[in-house]
Design a protein. Structure first.
Length: 65
C-alpha cells in the first residue's frame, strides 16, 4: 500500500491536529508549508497543499499568472 495511508489524528485543546508522519512523507509536507482546508458539512474535510490548488488555478485561469 505504497500509495495509500490511513491514520488517526487527535484534536488538541487548541483545535490543532498533527498530520501523521507517514502522510507528511507521502505528500512531502514540511514545516512552514501552507495547506488549504476544504470543508463540506455532509462530506467532511479535505486538506491540500496550497501549490496543488495554485497549479489547478493556473490551468483553469492561465491569464491570472
Amino acid at each position: 500500500m505504497k500509495n495509500k495511508f490511513v491514520g488517526i489524528a487527535k484534536v488538541g485543546e487548541k483545535g490543532q491536529i498533527v498530520i501523521p508522519k507517514e502522510a507528511r512523507d507521502m505528500f512531502n509536507i514540511k514545516p512552514g508549508d501552507s495547506l488549504v482546508i476544504l470543508c463540506d458539512k455532509e462530506k467532511g474535510i479535505g486538506i491540500l497543499k496550497s501549490e496543488v490548488v495554485q497549479d489547478s488555478l493556473d490551468k483553469i485561469m492561465p491569464e491570472a499568472k
